[in-house]
Design a protein around this ligand. Structure first.
Ligand code: SF4
Ligand code: SF4
Length: 77
């Protein structure tokens, strides 16, 4: 699983952190161009691909990439 946070879009609302059942996400110590402290995928290896974070983020700043057995990250799947 790859969990991407688009730091340019994140507003640091922490909703994704609250909704994640596996505590994958956390606040980073980085501040984006708009002055918001941004979320980060701290433990992407624990992600179960439920996409709750993606659906919850009001700013569409998260994208969860699910790999299945046999998929190659280069295959576009
Ligand atoms: S897809 Fe689910 S488990 Fe993975 S980071 Fe998002 S909320 Fe957490
Ligand atoms: S829900 Fe979206 S905007 Fe809010 S902290 Fe998470 S990534 Fe950032």
């Amino acid at each position: 699983m790859n969990v991407h946070v688009d730091e340019r879009l994140c507003k640091g609302c922490r909703l994704c952190i609250a909704v994640c059942p596996k505590q994958v996400l956390a606040m980073s110590n980085r501040v984006n161009q708009k002055g918001y402290t941004v979320a980060v995928a701290l433990r992407p290896e624990d992600c179960i691909g439920c996409k709750l974070c993606e659906k919850t983020c009001p700013d569409f700043a998260i994208y969860v990439e699910i790999y299945h057995l046999g998929d190659s990250p280069l295959s576009g799947k």
